[in-house]
Design a protein around this ligand. Sequence first.
Ligand SMILES: *Cc1c(COP(=O)(O)O)cnc(C)c1O
Length: 476
Amino acid sequence: MADQTSGAGLAAASDIPSLDRLLNAEALRPALATHGRTQVVAALRRDLEALRKRALDGGVPRHELDAAAVAARTSAALDEAAQPRLRAVYNLTGTVLHTNLGRALLPDEAVASVLRALTTPANLEFDLDTGGRGDRDDLIDDLLCELTGAEAATVVNNNAAAVLLMLNALADRREVVVSRGELVEIGGAFRIPDIMKRAGAKLVEVGTTNRTHAADYENAIGPRTAMLMKVHCSNYAVTGFTKSVGVADVAALAHARGLPATVDLGSGTLVDLTQFGLPKEDTVRETIAAGADLVTFSGDKLLGGPQAGLLVGRADLIRKIKKNPLKRALRVGKLTLAALEPVLQLYRAPEFLAQRLTTLRLLTRPMRDIQPQAERLRGMLAHAVGRSYAVEAVPMFSQIGSGALPIDQLPSYGLAVRYAGSGRPGRHLDRLETLLRRLPVPVIGRIADDALWLDLRCLEDRDEAAFAAQLAEPLA
Ligand SMILES: *Cc1c(COP(=O)(O)O)cnc(C)c1O
């Protein structure tokens, strides 16, 4: 065996250095200092095992056995394993509130508050006036009431949890009347009928997919009815020959029979978006004013805060909800509250909101900023993708995302990359998409109509230099 291998510069299994020798080798010092002995020993064992196997299978080039070579492989493997799995990406999909990319980005005020909460003790459930035990909801319920006109408020982990909790607390083993046109499925397996079942409530569907009348609700009310509920058609629109009953009318019907009317508002905006040139969406305040007894909505959709589910409404109903054991199971952590409070504070000064609330700043980013940016970056991207592709700066449409205003689109600008060769472009666009995804900070676009689209709405000017730096060299 030794004869076969040594002549060709190949090493035999017996030439492989020992673990102890390697651990004492100068070359392994940096890896030991960075990753610690436990991980280095495990990585060395894996490396030596692979070398042994190859040596027995026919031989390993001698230079691969050098301590320096072993150290380089070990360090590379450990550095790779230490890379965070949750990584920053550029969201150039054109969907501002992209659920798979983490929805709302938080403003600086929220970041500072979270950092403080992470590193110092705080009065999470401690009443600083009395020195007694406090309620974590106290940190935000006054603000939520002020901003929505509701009597009381509470907060849980997300809006799905808010709906589950509301139904279980107010409709366990009783009936909830919902229009067939509002039995929505949100991405990620949130379906109103399923949540209803899990909450112990019985769904009573009324009307048809496209038309529901007041009489449909009225006829469905019986001795076991717990509430009339409306659900925002977040990610679809019923158009054509349609009829639905508004919150005010559903509330009036419910109240006439001594029942509450509840609304799952989904995105839940706190201000009239038309003042920012965005499409009209009913605000939480308007929904409460129209007579809703309880409204649930998300913290990280249009509101622009952290993942959370907010419940606002009548004090007696909120009290009942807070007594439900599920509230404890679904409660938010201090980081959520630390992020939520400063975001809600921003809403007190609506005149600054479009600048200070990141979500709104992105949604209202003017074309006069986006278009020149596309033109600035076009040549650089063209160079990076090479001659097989053609890059153009073109107008396109962004979406708000997360089920907010599903059919409304925002005029935007960006880069469209098309395959310049002959033949079908699909494979080439997929390859390009993969290369962009493999950049140190992955760039996420979308492929449609035989082009890769990079919508620049969410690439704010302050991030442009870092983005461009990644494209200075040709891809691949
Ligand atoms: C988004 C949405 C939900 C779920 O909210 P999460 O905060 O994602 O849990 C529930 N209902 C409606 C109508 C929604 O739009």
